[in-house]
Write a protein that binds this ligand. Structure first.
Ligand code: KG4
Ligand code: ZN
Length: 320
């Protein structure tokens, strides 16, 4: 993993063009490092996994071009994978970096990242059935926007989590969103409620305790909604044996506690280092795909990047 956070932090968010250029600089260095650190040569590598989407198109094109180059040069199969699904496979990696034991299928999987809040029914390693997603903002995005409203840095999630530890639960009231039987998520109303609260506080918003109380109230509802909807999914699909949680927000300790306490079946969270975007999760998913399909042929290499997640594709699959 190479982090670009410092480069983007002064803009308060990711600048797509800069991200693509940073990928171009970082990839050859990472590739060389990977070979030295693992003491593996390309002869030891069976296939090359690559993120096909969703994501910022510039970064995707750089990544896919690099992977295509490697595939041609070393005559290896190229395995394109979906970024959101790869997060789930990151949660299945064990700390010793070996592919972990199989989860019990069927199970539920919840990916909570900066761009997506997707809840799946998982029948196998590559059988994703989308049960619900956000009707507006993603959960991680709401963390980032609320952090901005409070004048905290980027990325907002870790800053809010830290400040929320000093807040008093119940000191501030925020609305409970989508408190019904819909399998969907919503975060923009919560963000608006925080912005009104911030206005209402006037000058006092500058004090540490007031900010901390708002962070606590926001975090509790943002995470509480994830727990509520996961429980609802289990009511509707009681055959699910457990829950896998993944994505950047899965790094949040309060989230782990609330889910472990509130969800009645075993919950599996990623190791801390596999929560944010990383290459291991892409490799893990590509490995499962090659296991399933046998040897993937050396590439025609015509795969294209896609910037948006194909919601319809995985929703339709649910009914079949
Ligand atoms: O999965 P990820 O690394 O990138 C995407 O694919 O989007 O997720 C990044 C998101 C950001 O919105 C960030 O604020 C959030 O994950 N995040 C957290 C925490 N750490 C990262 N949100 C809440 N608590 C955290 N500790
Ligand atoms: Zn991600």
């Amino acid at each position: 993993m190479a982090s670009q956070v410092d480069t983007h932090a002064r803009f308060g968010g990711v600048v797509p063009e800069i991200a693509a250029r940073e990928h171009l600089t970082a990839l050859p260095i990472l590739f060389a490092q990977m070979q030295t650190q693992t003491e593996l040569s390309m002869d030891d590598i069976d296939a090359i996994g690559v993120t096909q989407g969703p994501g910022l198109i510039g970064g995707l094109l750089v990544g896919i071009s690099f992977a295509r180059g490697l595939a041609y040069r070393y005559r290896k199969p190229l395995v394109p994978v979906d970024h959101i699904h790869a997060h789930v496979h990151g949660a299945l990696l064990s700390t010793d970096e070996k592919i972990s034991s199989s989860p019990d299928f069927p199970c539920l999987a919840l990916v909570v990242s900066g761009g997506h809040t997707n809840l799946y029914l998982l029948r196998g390693y590559d059988e994703f059935y989308l049960l619900g997603s956000s009707i507006d903002d993603a959960c991680g995005e709401a963390f980032d926007k609320v952090a901005q409203l409070l004048g905290l840095g980027y990325p907002g999630g870790p800053q809010i989590e830290k400040l929320a530890r000093d807040g008093f639960l119940g000191a501030e009231k925020l609305p409970v969103m989508l408190n019904d039987k819909r399998l969907a998520f919503s975060y923009s109303g919560l963000k608006t409620a925080v912005s009104l609260l911030v206005k209402d506080k006037g000058e006092s918003i500058q004090t540490h305790q007031v900010k901390a109380n708002i962070c606590t109230a926001f975090q509790e509802e943002a995470l509480g909604q994830l727990v509520r909807k996961s429980k609802l999914a289990l009511e509707l699909f009681p055959e699910c044996k457990g829950l896998i949680v993944a994505g950047g927000v899965a790094a949040n300790q309060r989230f782990r506690l609330l889910m472990n306490q509130g969800f009645p079946r075993p919950c599996r969270f990623p190791d801390q280092k596999y929560c944010s975007d990383n290459a291991a999760m892409v490799a893990a998913y590509a490995y499962r795909k090659t296991q399933k399909q046998g040897s993937v042929p050396t590439p025609e290499i015509s795969w294209d990047a896609y910037s948006r997640y194909d919601f319809a594709k995985y929703q339709t699959a649910q009914t079949t």
